[in-house]
Ligand binder design. Structure first.
Ligand code: GUN
Length: 318
């Protein structure tokens, strides 16, 4: 068996097109341009590339995109002051602080300072708690992207066995919640998990977000399994040139899986696409609006509804 690659670039492009259409509609119908503020502290090369990509794509779909590039030694107080300004700026609907932050800054203090209604990363404990409780919330972008990719292959996830490798707040934990809500039996695994190969062999879906190149081998997979590779690891190709690889030994896995995401071009583009969708949703829900167009039933729509329901909940609570 040779697995069918899942083309994250093409799927993300469709999401971006839909977001662009809705952003244009919001402008025509309400004269609103949703705004995304991306904050980067320091000049880590990988983070700089991610931030530029996010800002560029935000602009391309018609969002008002702002970048705040702060020096690596910026004080925590100065960063918190910027967050406060962005919280009270009505033209800003989404705030993203690129992680990791330098060691002298308390990351949780910063993430908790972001207005939960503008928390397009879904990292604020308010949104984390609401997601865990099954309440409408702003949901982290990579897990939304992963579920969307899986849904392009299988629409009903009820009863499927999933192994999620990695327990990060950004991917593994929220993804386990989303997949559990979709009816999957989720095993939350990590590098230290005993019998990891055997657990994977029994899984219909394996998602690896461990950050360990080549961890998941071809013979770990059930024939026909769906394999989603969230890992982005630096490696060297046969000519000595740098390249990016995932957590999955792709050449082996493609011979055994049913569907597999490549790295790059799998999950990565979905993360950015959902950041744009979350920003649009935050702009709509913060104002208690609904977009008066017919959406097809898809991930963007359900994410949008979650945000709108959440706005209603917030209003009811105040
Ligand atoms: N660093 C790595 N992934 C992410 C992400 O999804 N959001 C933020 N803010 N930082 C990250």
């Amino acid at each position: 068996m040779t697995a069918i690659p899942i083309n994250g670039n093409a799927i993300a492009e469709r999401i971006r097109a839909r977001v662009a259409r809705d952003v244009a509609l919001l402008k025509t119908q309400r004269d609103i341009t949703p705004g995304l503020a991306v904050v980067l502290v320091g000049n880590d090369p990988a983070s700089s590339v991610y931030v530029k990509t996010k800002a560029r794509q935000a602009q391309a779909v018609g969002l008002k995109s702002q970048q705040f590039l702060l020096p690596v030694h910026v004080g925590e107080t100065e960063l918190l002051t910027l967050i406060e300004e962005l919280n009270s700026d009505d033209s800003v609907d989404g705030i993203l602080v690129q992680l990791p932050l330098p060691g002298h800054i308390d990351s949780w203090r910063v993430l908790e300072a972001i207005d939960p209604s503008k928390d397009v990363d879904g990292f604020h404990p308010y949104n984390v708690g609401r997601l865990a409780a099954g309440r409408p919330a702003l949901v982290p972008c990579t897990p939304l992207g992963v579920v969307h990719l899986i849904n392009t292959v299988v629409s009903d996830l009820k009863g499927l066995d999933v192994v999620v490798i990695g327990r990060s707040n950004i991917v593994g934990k929220p993804l386990a919640v989303l997949l559990g809500d979709a009816g999957c039996t989720v095993t939350g695994a990590q590098l230290q998990t005993r019998n990891l190969p055997d657990l994977c062999r029994n899984a219909d879906i394996v998602v690896s977000a461990a950050g360990y190149a080549g961890l998941v081998r071809g013979d770990w997979l059930k024939p026909g399994a769906i394999v989603i590779d969230v890992g982005i690891n630096r490696a060297i190709d046969s000519t000595g040139a740098p390249k990016l690889v995932g957590d999955v030994a792709f050449a082996e896995a493609i011979k055994r899986a049913g569907y597999i995401t490549p790295v790059p071009g799998g999950v990565g583009p979905m993360t950015v696409a959902y950041l744009l969708a979350n920003t649009l949703n935050a702009a709509v829900s913060r104002r208690g609006l609904q977009l008066s167009i017919d959406h097809e039933r898809d991930q963007v729509q359900s994410s949008c509804h979650r945000a709108q329901d959440r706005a209603a909940d917030l209003q009811a609570a105040t």
